[in-house]
Design a protein around this ligand. Structure first.
Ligand code: SF4
Length: 192
């Protein structure tokens, strides 16, 4: 934990937005957001947006330092933000699930006026299941991912429930065989 007496540095990821009664400070690395009000708000947030600027000890109170530090707006001079983001990026590339979106059918039982789908009778069939499984197996092997996430999509995916149930069972069996995790979600209008 840093204190007001510790040498500090502004984050290179701080941005400020003037608003009616002050300013908003936002950090794109941590997604933290603070609202400042009063006549000094804009000047303060502007100074915190000066990239990697040293803040002499004692300029800010302990409470302010604590709040700004929790949001990642000010950091230790020894903390490498770019390295941190690089690590998160590598983690996301290699350790997040492989995502497979399966459009079980282009058909839908509704007709929302804003719908951009070409609603038709086209749908996935059992005959396509082996090639889907082979595609998943190959991509998992290439990517070395340790999890598969299936996103059931449409049209209205539940209008091809029989395919969904069979494909779901076989995809889960494949994941179990490969010792990787399986999760799924569905985009549905919820009326079936
Ligand atoms: S529920 Fe979805 S797919 Fe169906 S008509 Fe509405 S927007 Fe289109």
């Amino acid at each position: 934990m840093l204190s007001a007496a510790t040498q500090l540095r502004t984050s290179r990821y701080n941005f400020h937005v003037p608003v009616e009664d002050g300013a908003i400070l936002y950090n794109t690395r941590t997604a933290a957001l603070l609202q400042f009000r009063g006549p000094d708000a804009l000047a303060l947030t502007k100074s915190l947006c000066a990239i990697e600027t040293s803040i002499p000890p004692g300029v800010l109170t302990v409470d302010v330092v604590d709040t700004l530090q929790k949001g990642g707006f000010i950091i230790s001079p020894y903390f490498d933000e770019v390295a941190e983001i690089r690590t998160l990026f590598q983690h996301a590339r290699h350790e997040t699930p492989m995502v497979l979106t399966l459009t079980t059918t282009m058909d839908c039982n509704l007709g929302c006026y804003y719908c951009y789908e070409q609603r038709s009778a086209d749908q996935l069939t059992y005959a396509q299941l082996p090639s889907i499984l082979e595609h998943v197996r190959t991509r998992l092997a290439q990517s070395h991912r340790q999890a598969l996430h299936v996103d059931w999509y449409g049209g209205e995916p539940l209008m091809n429930l029989a395919f969904m149930e069979q494909a779901s069972r076989q995809l889960q069996a494949l994941c179990e065989h490969l010792s990787i995790a399986y999760t799924a979600s569905i985009i549905s209008n919820g009326t079936c």
